[in-house]
Design a protein around this ligand. Structure first.
Ligand SMILES: [Zn+2]
Length: 104
């Protein structure tokens, strides 16, 4: 992974070359360039992973074949339920809007 780009140094504010590595330093003040953006991205990834693992339907490596199929099926059902709910709310909003228009 090599991302060669110019970034603004978080400590001196000058633009310097960043190779996408955690230990890259500023060419002007020699401070580490591992900026907040990078740390936040990493934190988000960890949080997402933790959430996934806390999920009831998370597939564990120790799960048997049947459990895997079962969990995968319920994950799909849950996803569809969320979509259907969204569509239903949208539909109700539309109906109410039409009724409102007719009343005036
Ligand atoms: Zn600097």
């Amino acid at each position: 992974m090599s991302v060669k780009r110019e970034i603004k140094c978080p400590s001196c504010g000058k633009f310097t070359l960043w190779l996408g590595r955690n230990h890259d330093r500023c060419l002007y003040c020699a401070e580490f360039l591992q900026n907040e953006e990078f740390i936040k991205k990493l934190e988000n990834e960890i949080v997402t992973q933790v959430k996934e693992e806390n999920d009831i339907f998370h597939i564990h490596p120790s799960d048997g074949k049947f459990t895997r199929v079962f969990k995968r099926f319920f994950r799909k059902v849950r996803k569809i339920t969320v979509i259907v709910q969204g569509l239903f709310i949208g539909f109700m909003t539309l109906i109410l809007w039409i009724l409102g228009m007719m009343a005036t």
